[in-house]
Design a protein. Structure first.
Length: 128
């Protein structure tokens, strides 16, 4: 994977990374991130932070996902009936023994095909 390029940006890479990290890690608003950076003496607009999160957010998330340790080989499948928007929905999720959610599917009908698709996708994505 090629390194992130922060060329032609006014602020240093550390400031950009920190702003994107604050936004996604603590689910803050753009204006909250702007205020936190201003408290540290960095004057940046919320619109600039929005552009950074759109441009660098997915790349940073992919890097973090690659660095994350592989899930435990033991996992189980949960089925839950929940109400979403006033409609009855079925939620299937695969969870490893450490509580990490591996995958999930939400559908209106409870059909065996959806559960099998989820299981096949999980088995295909498991490390060998």
């Amino acid at each position: 994977m090629k390194p992130l390029s922060f060329k032609r940006h006014r602020f240093p890479a550390e400031v950009i990374r920190h702003a994107v990290w604050l936004y996604f890690r603590f689910s803050l608003s753009l204006r909250d991130v702007e205020e936190l950076l201003a408290a540290r003496g960095i004057e940046v607009s919320y619109e600039t932070i929005r552009c950074w999160t759109i441009k660098f957010g997915p790349q940073i998330a992919r890097r973090l996902k690659r660095l994350r340790p592989s899930p435990s080989p033991r996992w189980h499948l949960d089925e839950v009936v929940c109400s979403i928007g006033g409609k009855r929905m079925f939620l299937w999720r695969a969870v490893d023994d450490e509580g990490e959610v591996l995958d999930l599917v939400v559908q209106r009908r409870r059909d065996t095909e959806a559960a099998l698709v989820l299981l096949k996708r999980l088995l295909r994505n498991q490390p060998v």
